[in-house]
Write a protein that binds this ligand. Structure first.
Ligand code: BT5
Length: 339
């Protein structure tokens, strides 16, 4: 089997070199030290550093000092994620790629090939990051988190919409734990900070009529994007957790915490069903109580006051006094502007 550049740099001694450099922020590590620690020749170390650089890792070779990983918080180090994880299922296997088309597509391929539940694909950048309905997800390198998680839940396919809420609650918990940020949720798949979109979710499912084969939970979180990184033509106002918190976010740490929080929500969902998820989502909801317009695939859709979500995860909209419509899919706009 031929391995891609991404696979080469994320396995074996190249990954060990990346680890050693990430563990020494701001301080170069000499070639001699690396070759001693890893039992490699100096030439072998040099070759692997060259591979890492080719894969886009910001490593500087400093004459007579060694190698320095610049901006270590900007680099996702899979072995560090694995070391930080406490969860039981999510993150059992982590595949980290420097650049890919879409992590959802990669994860679906791995799922088809039999990858176990909990396998996660993470990429530094995506060239064809997917939003819903063929939209594009901006996925520049060195900034954010793009990941896709394979799960194989024992639920009927009609209940699959529940699963989006697990990812969105996990993002809220991670942002609250690590940054003290209080995020809110916009039905069905947006996570907002200060009313602006900071994360989006795209679930894709493979199912038979009564059984889910697998679901890919696609999660994109804007971590270190700055205001000038966003293209001007986004559907909704956008932001990143670093803009909102005023801090540079360690992507590895965030990824690990997010996967742990997702593990907890998935565990709770399997044990107790949707009700605790629904209750937690309602508490964080940006949508409930507001006057909304819900459109679907460009159609005009319905207008009314959002009153909540039901046991299937459908949005409930009171279109006239006492008349509630259930919306299964669509885009919500809050009447009166903003997100
Ligand atoms: C989403 O779609 O919000 C789902 C985004 C899912 C992305 C993840 S990244 C990992 C995994 N692999 C993938 O290929 N995808 C998933 P939607 O609700 O349709 O929103 C898409 C719209 O949001 C776009 O049309 C833009 O207007 C806007 N947008 C694009 N990139 C953005 C970004 N980085 N931040 C905020 N808004 C963005």
């Amino acid at each position: 089997m031929t391995r891609t550049l991404s696979e080469k740099v994320h396995t074996g001694s190249a990954a060990a070199i990346l680890d050693a450099l990430a563990a020494s922020p701001g301080e170069p590590v000499s070639g001699g030290e690396l070759s001693r620690r890893l039992g490699l020749s100096r030439a072998a170390v040099w070759k692997r550093v060259a591979l890492l650089k080719e894969a886009g890792f910001p490593i500087v070779s400093m004459r007579s000092h060694g190698y320095l990983l610049t901006g270590a918080e900007g680099v996702i180090v899979p072995s560090r994620i694995e070391a930080l994880l406490k969860g039981k299922v999510i993150g059992g296997k982590i595949i980290c790629l420097a650049e890919t088309g879409s992590t959802n597509v990669d994860a679906a391929r791995h799922a088809e090939e039999g990858a176990p539940e909990g396998t996660v694909v993470i990429a530094d950048s995506q060239t064809a990051g997917k939003g819903r309905l063929g939209r594009r997800w901006e996925s520049p390198p060195g900034r954010n988190l793009y990941c896709s998680v394979i799960i194989r839940p024992f639920i009927p396919p009609q209940k699959a919409p529940h699963l989006t809420f697990l990812s969105s609650l996990a993002i809220c918990d991670a942002a609250s734990d690590l940054l003290g940020l209080d995020l809110s949720l916009k039905w069905p798949n947006d996570v907002l900070a200060g009313g602006k979109k900071c994360a989006g979710l795209l679930n894709e499912m493979s199912a038979e009529s009564d059984r889910i084969r697998y679901v890919i939970l696609g999660i994109g979180v804007n971590l270190n994007m700055s205001t000038t990184d966003f293209p001007p033509d986004l559907r909704y106002p956008a932001t990143s957790l670093s803009i909102e918190s005023g801090r540079t976010i360690d992507r590895t740490l965030f990824a690990a915490r997010l996967l742990d929080c997702l593990d907890r929500w998935y565990d709770r969902y399997r044990a107790q069903g949707f009700e605790p998820v629904r209750t937690a989502w309602m508490k964080r909801s940006w949508t409930v109580g507001k006057r909304v317009r819900v459109s679907h695939d460009g159609e005009r859709g319905v207008t009314g006051v959002a009153t909540g979500i039901d046991e299937m995860g459908a949005l409930l909209v009171e279109t006239s006094p006492g008349r509630i419509e259930r919306i299964l899919a669509g885009d919500v706009t809050i009447s009166g502007g903003d997100a």
